[in-house]
Design a protein around this ligand. Structure first.
Ligand code: AMP
Ligand code: ZN
Length: 494
């Protein structure tokens, strides 16, 4: 694919949209498969447990990409899948099915586990202002289509073992290019399955072992069993978006095993050649967000304890402070989580909300002021440059701080920018931003009453009484914020 002009709809922000393609490891112009449309598939969660805030970074990224495509005037069709069967405890073919394992350990059915964690996941997304996709595809709804897909590729690309149907990676050209894995020793490629021809071969269908029953199993030409995880995404992507579609997203771990395997299946299904032509992979662009890390390295669930959005809220941080923290970093950079960093992001969000508040009730007007059109053009250039949200944030701050400007126009600019950033700058209230930590022992009205008494004491120059009241509040975990530039009188320590 040569460098063509983007096929963008008319009358939209004019900067050319450039995105980083993991397949070519290059920045490329976005050229939609179907003029005026953007079809995006994001690998979703395996719903056997809560998602940690590292996982949520993947959806904030996918959402920001979707919002940017909408801003650029494309008609977005975004799909996020829910994996409720087939993902083993290793991304390669080792271990147990995560869902069955969670069901056994919690004494519930796999279906109940899936329903519970799907609902928790969606609540977290709503908290983060992630827009609903056009469709949530649930893997177990697509099993007949998965079997049909597997039947089409079985003869030329697969072989059967006692344990299931396997994909022979030597039957497609350029296997593993996305991972840049040139040897069988690539990450996770440990030969755990008896009889596999190549270590990288992977399960398309896993047979239920004789004498066992799985909670989730289906009949197939290869016996009763369950689909392989990689097969699911190929099938749901093809079913909902057609192939090739525009963009496939996921966390950077998926660049190693899951997405190379999806790509191999897609090549086989469509009878395609090698990957010098990106479309043969099934999508024009493959995009991956980097990890959220903590001091110990990549945030993961294997350590047992992990950070959930709920914990951030329990400690008094608004979820959108976490969204802002993600936007401060480029999605392709690692981002280190710290409570201090989150606190700084919350303060930045509060400042932005305060700065935007004077125009909150103004009616949006057509943007004609040259200073605002210039700023919007810069904003367009930033987000069009592979989603440079860090720069975009400074521009929204610049717009919010602008003085002596028509309120309606300023509101319109902030609204347009916020539609991309998703921070709800014009609707968030100060009260909403001041979340009570779950452990706080004192109620707001008691704080306000003590502060009022302290104010009276100070007015009467009774500083001993004023100090005593302040100490009382400190003992209850309340920090009194005299002279706070944002006008916050108090804050609960966390
Ligand atoms: P999973 O539920 O494990 O399939 O993961 C859901 C999504 O989160 C996938 O796109 C992963 O690649 C992504 N992911 C997992 N861990 C992290 C992390 N620490 N930082 C960012 N993304 C992650
Ligand atoms: Zn996937």
């Amino acid at each position: 694919m040569g460098a063509r002009m983007t096929d963008a709809p008319a009358s939209v922000p004019g900067a050319p949209l450039t995105l980083f393609n993991s397949l070519t490891r290059r920045l490329e112009p976005f050229v939609p498969v179907h003029a005026g449309e953007a079809r995006v598939y994001s690998c979703g969660p395996t719903v056997y447990n809560y998602q940690h805030i590292g996982n949520m970074r993947a959806y904030v990224f996918a959402d920001t990409l979707g919002r940017t495509l909408s801003f650029k005037g494309y008609d977005l069709r975004h799909i996020i899948n829910i994996t409720d069967v087939g993902h083993l405890t290793s991304d390669a073919d080792a271990g147990d099915d995560k869902m069955e394992k969670a069901a056994a350990s919690q004494g519930k059915s796999a279906w109940d586990i899936a329903a519970f964690y799907t609902a928790e996941f969606k609540r977290d997304l709503a908290w983060l202002g992630v827009r609903d996709p056009a469709k949530w595809t649930v893997a177990t709804d697509y099993v007949p289509r998965m079997i049909a897909f597997a039947e089409r590729i079985a003869d030329a690309h697969c072989y059967e073992l006692d344990s299931g149907l396997y994909f022979d990676v030597s039957t497609v050209a350029d296997y593993g290019r996305l991972a840049r894995a040139v040897t069988d020793e690539g990450e996770g490629r440990i030969d755990e399955v008896e009889g596999k021809r190549h270590a990288a071969d992977f399960a398309i269908w896993r047979k239920t072992p004789p004498g066992e029953t799985r909670q989730m199993e289906w009949d197939s030409p290869w016996g009763r069993g369950a689909p392989g995880w990689h097969l699911e995404c190929s099938v749901m992507g093809e079913a909902e978006l057609g192939m090739p579609f525009d963009i496939h997203t996921g966390g950077i771990d998926h660049r190693e095993i899951h997405h190379p395997n999806e790509i191999a299946q897609n090549q086989a299904y469509r009878g395609c050649g090698g990957l010098d032509c990106a479309e043969h992979s099934g999508a024009r662009l493959w995009m991956h967000n980097n990890f959220l890390i903590d001091r110990g390295g990549k945030m993961s669930k294997s350590a047992g304890e992990f950070l959930r959005l709920q914990l951030l809220v329990d400690r008094g941080y608004h979820p959108l402070a976490y969204r802002l923290m993600c936007l401060q970093a480029h999605y392709r950079s690692e981002l280190e989580f710290s409570w201090d960093g989150l606190g700084a992001a919350l303060t930045r969000l509060k400042r932005l909300v305060m700065a935007a508040s004077p125009v909150r009730d103004a009616a949006a007007a057509a943007i004609a002021d040259r200073r605002l059109t210039d700023l919007l053009a810069k904003f367009d250039a930033a987000v069009s440059d592979d989603l440079n949200t860090a720069v975009a944030l400074t521009l929204v701050e610049e717009a919010a701080a602008m003085k002596k400007i028509d309120a309606g126009q300023k509101r319109a600019v902030l609204e347009t920018m916020d539609a991309v950033l998703g921070l709800q700058l014009l609707t968030l209230s100060r009260e909403a931003l001041r979340i009570r930590p779950a452990t706080a022992m004192i109620a707001e009205d008691a704080i306000e009453a003590t502060l009022a008494r302290r104010k009276d004491a100070r007015a009467a120059k009774d500083f001993a009484a004023s100090d005593a009241l302040r100490d009382e509040l400190i003992a209850a975990g309340v920090e009194v914020m005299d002279g706070d530039p944002l006008g916050w009188d108090w804050r609960l320590d966390n």
